[in-house]
Ligand binder design. Structure first.
Ligand SMILES: Cc1cc2nc3c(=O)[nH]c(=O)nc-3n(C[C@H](O)[C@H](O)[C@H](O)COP(=O)(O)OP(=O)(O)OC[C@H]3O[C@@H](n4cnc5c(N)ncnc54)[C@H](O)[C@@H]3O)c2cc1C
Length: 379
């Protein structure tokens, strides 16, 4: 066994592993982070880069998302990547969606949060990308943030490596964790007082019996990326359509949401079949990141379905107008979602904690979750 004893060994170099490692190292702990690939290539690098408090329910994870948001803003300047407080704009092209936005604005107001309900002409002042045909209006929230995951994940990794007492190992696949040590596939071992396993959707390597019995729901998402838009064209805030209201728990308390869901189920069942709603974010280079779809558990097939991409593009074209629709990349991402809460935490044996199951909210909640973990460890 190597000589050094770490306070904390973190398995997984995605956003959950990184935020836990950075938070611990900034508190003075000696941290070892082990990532099995040459660089992290899981959900954390395949996402929209939306830090998205508006998707979190009030009285639930909304406050955690807001505290994570503040951390993103602070860490971005320390680690040298862009975190832009762009806000978000939900647009309504149907009367029932407009109803939901109005109801949600009131729910937010009851929580002391002022969101702007915008008539069509003001929607256009927020974003030139919204299709004016049949536009009922939009809802603007100022709290969402844009990060580019392909820059942020490497930048946070580099920043972590500069912190005292930290070691980061890539190409280090952990095959055993427990009894105060971690062991990689090539036979190396390190001792650590605490071990956090942040393995994302990897459920078959460490504690497979625990993870596989946890009810975690495997999910596959389709994503698209355009070539850069003309330099003068910025979408402004992150964009989401009325379809997206079906997807986030934050809108569940709006009485008109049922009407939206019933209309989609009746008129466009193919969108429910593939869990499609549409969103757009923009990189600093002007490319649009577009998505997405959701296939679950046994529905997941290995082969890419062109039909899903076609449906996503069809729905995007109904609600947004982009000067350039030329695609340069298509990819899929996977995450595990814990149906019983915002995150799955389990201690399979003393000194080891499994942390996963954050579903589509990992970029939004990561720093807040890491702060919670560290508070419980240091207590
Ligand atoms: C397409 C898509 C879009 C999304 N958009 C958003 C968004 O806009 N906003 C948002 O908040 N969330 C979004 N999410 C969700 C978010 O990306 C995830 O919740 C988050 O990235 C999960 O982070 P993680 O660290 O748990 O997992 P991962 O990023 O998958 O990282 C896990 C890492 O652990 C490593 N690993 C696993 N097992 C081992 C082992 N035994 N040894 C060593 N290393 C190991 C893996 O190689 C991997 O790098 C999106 C997800 C997807 C797929």
């Amino acid at each position: 066994m190597g000589e050094s004893r770490f306070d904390l060994a973190v398995v997984g170099g995605g956003i959950l592993g990184l935020t836990h490692a950075v938070t611990a190292a900034e508190q003075g702990l000696r941290v070892l982070l082990l990532e099995r690939h040459a660089y992290a290539q899981g959900a954390s690098i395949r996402n929209f880069g939306m830090v998205w408090p508006i998707g979190q329910p009030f009285g639930g994870s909304y406050d955690l998302a807001r505290s994570s948001r503040e951390c993103w803003m602070q860490v971005a300047s320390r680690a040298g990547f862009l975190a832009e407080p762009c806000g978000s704009l939900f647009v309504a092209h149907h009367a029932d969606e407009w109803q939901v936005l109005g109801e949600y604005q009131q729910v937010a107001l009851d929580q002391g949060l002022e969101l702007e309900l915008l008539p069509p002409d003001q929607v256009h002042q927020r974003s030139p990308a919204v299709n004016p045909d049949n536009l009922q209006g939009g809802l603007f929230s100022p709290w969402e943030v844009r990060v580019n995951p392909r820059q942020a994940i490497p930048a946070i990794t580099r920043y972590l490596q500069t912190l005292p007492g930290v070691e980061v190992l890539h190409g280090a696949c952990v095959i055993r964790a427990g009894d105060g040590s971690v062991e990689t596939a090539d036979g190396r071992r390190w001792s650590a007082r605490h071990i956090l396993v942040c393995g994302g959707d990897e459920l078959s390597l460490l504690y497979p019996h625990v993870l596989q019995n946890a009810g975690l729901r495997q999910t596959k998402l389709h994503m698209l990326r355009t070539t850069p838009q003309p330099v003068e064209f910025r979408i402004g805030p992150h964009l989401a359509s009325g379809l997206t209201l079906r997807h986030y728990d934050s809108f569940a308390s709006c009485p008109s949401l049922d009407a939206v869901k019933q209309r989609i189920a009746r008129d466009q069942p193919e969108l429910d079949q593939y869990g499609i709603h549409v969103m757009a974010s923009q990189t600093e280079a002007g490319e649009l990141i577009l998505g997405d779809s959701h296939e679950y558990g046994p529905e997941i097939e290995i082969f890419h379905k062109q039909r899903i991409d076609d449906l996503i593009l069809r729905e995007l074209r109904k609600v947004f107008r982009f000067p350039n629709w030329e695609l340069q990349q298509r990819w899929v991402g996977y995450y595990a979602k814990f149906p019983g809460g915002i995150v799955y935490r389990q201690t399979p044996e003393p000194g080891v904690e499994l942390i996963t199951g954050v579903g589509g909210n990992g970029m939004t909640l990561c720093w807040g979750l890491a702060a919670e973990t560290l508070a419980s460890l240091t207590n």
